[in-house]
Write a protein that binds this ligand. Sequence first.
Ligand SMILES: [Zn+2]
Length: 83
Amino acid sequence: MGVILTCREMTELLTERDEGTLSGVKRAQLALHLFVCGRCQSYEKQFETTVGLLKKVGSSTPADPPAPSAAALFAQLKAEQKK
Ligand SMILES: [Zn+2]
């Protein structure tokens, strides 16, 4: 990998950056490539939008059912004692 990345390497770094595994050197290389390459600038925007959308969709999926409230647990306990 040279100092100036190829566009292909650049897309790989974007993925790494999203995963949070990008080292400081690569981060600088990424910024440098974006500085000199207009095509990747628009690619990065597109990438960020897509990732952002995916994260939104991911976070809107139903979470685990809420834990039973203390009152519900207490009622259950009382019911158990009556047996
Ligand atoms: Zn490029």
